[in-house]
Design a protein around this ligand. Structure first.
Ligand code: NAG
Ligand code: NAG
Ligand code: NAG
Ligand code: NAG
Ligand code: NAG
Ligand code: NAG
Ligand code: NAG
Length: 199
């Protein structure tokens, strides 16, 4: 490999690293809005998704107001129903809780953290917005994977607390290792008390 090729490779890796994650502004300039007078959404979201790729760690930025909601679901049935009525907390998430006042400007940033089909819709106006176009699905691919900031480590495995500690009256099988440790423990305790007397 010529040195120039190496350099090109390094530069390519550098650029890829810098631009690894993308913020996608949903609907572009048109945003995430619905006009109840014409029953139309502000953008054609299927067309908007068509020529871009969505990868783990990217964000979808919804420029909207509190007349619309932002629901993320991984469940196609929930998506098709335009409602969260029968949805599960484990596969469907609302990003619009809190503000009860109509028409307040709102920006919602949704990180893409699960590969495969991700569906978005507004469940406002009893599903009318969703039924009339305020909805879309994307396929999230792996890309370079989640950044550490979005990659929650799994909780440590559950460890059974010791049952043969000092003061415990739990009967233990004579042959068990736990009991041997208990004996050693008591021996050390006794030694400690004994040594105290020697001082
Ligand atoms: C993308 O959006 C997230 C969430 O709002 C933000 O923390 C991050 O700085 C944005 N990245 C860029 C490159 O704009
Ligand atoms: C797709 O990308 C092309 C070129 O980047 C752009 O001109 C076009 O408007 C895009 N289409 C949509 C629906 O965003
Ligand atoms: C998807 O959601 C529907 C309710 O909207 C529920 O009946 C169904 O069990 C869910 N599917 C999965 C795979 O969890
Ligand atoms: C939720 O489930 C009930 C009972 O099965 C059903 O009548 C209703 O249509 C469902 N709602 C939606 C939005 O799927
Ligand atoms: C939001 O909805 C309320 C009630 O339907 C309406 O009066 C208001 O004009 C809407 N605001 C915007 C910014 O769409
Ligand atoms: C909007 O669509 C809903 C059904 O999706 C309908 O009930 C309502 O009358 C429509 N409103 C207008 C202004 O067309
Ligand atoms: C999503 O993209 C992956 C990788 O390109 C592909 O294997 C998979 O079939 C796609 N899934 C859907 C539902 O389009």
């Amino acid at each position: 490999m010529a040195p120039v090729t190496h350099l090109t490779l390094i530069i390519a890796v550098f650029i890829t690293g810098v631009t690894a994650y993308t913020n996608h502004t949903v609907g572009g300039k048109a945003g995430w809005l619905f006009d109840p007078n014409t029953n139309t959404s502000s953008a054609d979201y299927a067309a908007w998704t068509a020529n871009q790729t969505f990868e783990l760690g990217d964000y979808l930025i919804f420029n909207t107001n509190t007349n619309q909601t932002v629901i993320l679901t991984y469940n196609e049935t929930t998506y098709r129903s335009c409602s969260i009525d029968n949805s599960s907390d484990t596969d469907t998430f609302s990003y619009s809780q809190g503000n009860q006042e109509f028409g307040q400007p709102l920006t919602v940033a949704v990180p893409l953290t699960i590969e495969g089909p991700n569906y978005f819709f507004s469940d406002a106006s009893d599903g009318v917005q969703c039924l009339n176009g305020l909805a879309f699905g994307i396929n999230v691919t792996h890309g370079v994977g989640l950044p550490p900031s979005l990659n929650q480590p799994p909780p440590p495995p559950y460890v059974e607390p010791p049952t043969n500690g000092v003061g415990s009256v739990t009967p233990v099988d004579e042959s068990s290792g736990a009991n041997v440790r208990g004996v050693v423990c008591y021996a050390l305790m006794f030694c400690g008390v004994f040594c105290l007397f020697l001082v």
